[in-house]
Ligand binder design. Structure first.
Ligand code: HEM
Length: 426
């Protein structure tokens, strides 16, 4: 998805199909979102291909209202548009954390939350730093590196180990999770979108089944799968199906988002070298820099809810049982909330972006992602003086993820970085 074109474009609202994955690979959704925010902030989108119409909400204030109010805007019927048939019930309803509402949602979330507190994840810091160094080290020779491809394994390397997944499966799991959200992309599709998603789900669930069955119920371990294995719901321990669904939610959440933030960070370092120089010289700017990269990147483009009752949103009457999609990438560039939103500014204050969502489903992996990305920024600044793009960037065809498939860059190493040890040397 392009992230940097001028913000306005003429829109034919009648023919607008926000489900069209190819649109996000070649066009500029920011131009479209800016027009929607201005002219139709709550718009009923009819894909025109037989699929159910759905509401499109693009202003920050409305997006946050929907995400915070689970009583009116429920997650129980699914939360992603993708290729889902919106008229069908959601098979993961009440069983998978993202597709549940409080109070059941809290039962599923709290034990995992405890394993992902800042103190718990701080234990992983030195390992994640090693992972970042190994990832960036090939660029020290000054040859071009496809950062989009290199970054794909980054979330697997920390989430995979926190979940306790064997390393030999990480590469395939990374591909499979991308297939579920980029089923139309020629580099990921294996036929029809449905066949692509079915194959990805089949393989991922088989991996999770093996992992779950390897754990003894009396001693399931302390990693995230172990925690899921020891959890109880009102009806008793999680079933095998519930375990697999929640493993899937964790891995998908990490894999399809984090790599694209890494690419945005590098792209912005190339475009705004003077800002990144200041960030290097003044470490107190680093947290703000990271939050600005997250706002700019907004890798999860949308999430969805269903209305439980009739509601009026910005003057539009929406009846009960309607799918309502909220567009986070749009909210994060809303000129009503962010001063000069198309300006990248590492000193932006305040910066209440919603890249991690808001409300009860606020990203459970946000602390982990923030840690990993902060370490990435530290090492990037430690190892390199600058970066330049080499050739064209290729964007992912996905209506869910604002992502990059290929981004060749050449780094300028800092003079003293020969001393940086690899993971093996440490
Ligand atoms: C930069 C990286 C990430 C971004 C931008 C991101 C974004 C988001 C957003 C916007 C939501 C809210 C969904 C909703 O409201 O329905 C969410 C939820 C979630 N994320 Fe992340 N995420 C990231 C990293 C991670 C990581 C590392 C993990 C795994 C540890 C993860 C796992 C999840 C899960 C399981 C949920 C559902 C939480 C719930 O339903 O309570 N995410 N994420």
């Amino acid at each position: 998805m392009l992230l940097s074109r001028p913000p306005y474009a003429p829109v034919e609202f009648e023919h607008l199909n926000l489900l069209d994955s190819a649109y996000y690979a070649f066009a500029d959704p920011h131009a479209l979102w800016a027009t929607l925010r201005e002219e139709r902030p709550v718009h009923l989108c009819d894909p025109g291909d037989g699929r159910e119409p759905f509401w499109v909400v693009t202003r920050y204030e409305d997006v946050t209202r929907v995400l915070k109010d689970h009583r009116i805007f429920s997650s129980r019927r699914g939360t992603m548009l993708c290729i889902v048939d919106l008229s069908m019930p959601d098979i993961a309803s009440d069983d998978m954390m993202p597709d549940s509402d409080p109070p059941r949602h809290r039962r599923l979330r709290e034990p995992l939350n405890r394993a992902l507190t800042p103190r718990a994840i701080a234990e992983h810091e030195s390992r994640v730093r090693d992972i970042v160094r190994s990832l960036l080290r090939p660029a020290l020779d000054g040859e071009p590196l496809d950062m989009a491809q290199a970054a794909l394994m980054f979330p697997m390397a920390f989430t995979g180990s926190i979940m306790g997944l064997p390393e030999e499966n990480w590469r395939r799991m990374s591909e499979l999770t991308t297939m579920t959200i980029a089923y139309d992309d020629p580099d990921y599709s294996i036929g029809s979108p449905q066949a692509t998603v079915r194959q990805a789900h089949h393989e991922l669930f088989a991996y999770f089944r093996d992992e779950v069955s390897r754990r003894s119920p009396s001693d399931p371990g302390t990693d995230l799968i172990g925690i899921l294995r020891s959890m109880d719901l009102d009806e008793g321990p999680l079933s095998e199906r519930q375990l697999m669904l929640n493993c899937y939610a964790l891995l998908l959440g990490a894999n399809v988002t984090t790599p694209h933030v890494v690419c945005t960070m590098i792209e912005m370092m190339g475009r705004h070298p003077e800002q990144f120089r200041k960030v290097r010289e003044n470490p107190s700017l680093r947290p703000g820099c990271l939050q600005e990269v997250l706002r700019w990147s907004s890798p999860a483009s949308h999430f969805m809810r269903y209305t439980t009752q009739e509601v009026t949103l910005r003057g539009q009457r929406i009846s009960a049982d309607q799918p309502v999609s909220v567009w986070l990438g749009s909210a994060n560039r809303d000129e009503r909330v962010f001063d000069d939103p198309f300006r990248f500014d590492v000193t932006r204050r305040p910066n209440r972006h919603v890249a991690f969502g808001v409300g009860p489903h606020y990203c459970i992996g946000a602390g982990l992602a923030n840690l990993a990305l902060r370490l990435f920024l530290d090492e990037l600044l430690e190892m390199f003086d600058g970066v330049e793009q080499v050739g064209e960037v290729r964007h992912l065809a996905s209506n869910f993820v604002a992502g990059v498939k290929n981004m060749n860059v050449r780094f300028t190493p800092r003079k003293d970085t020969d001393a940086v040890p690899t993971m093996e040397e440490r």
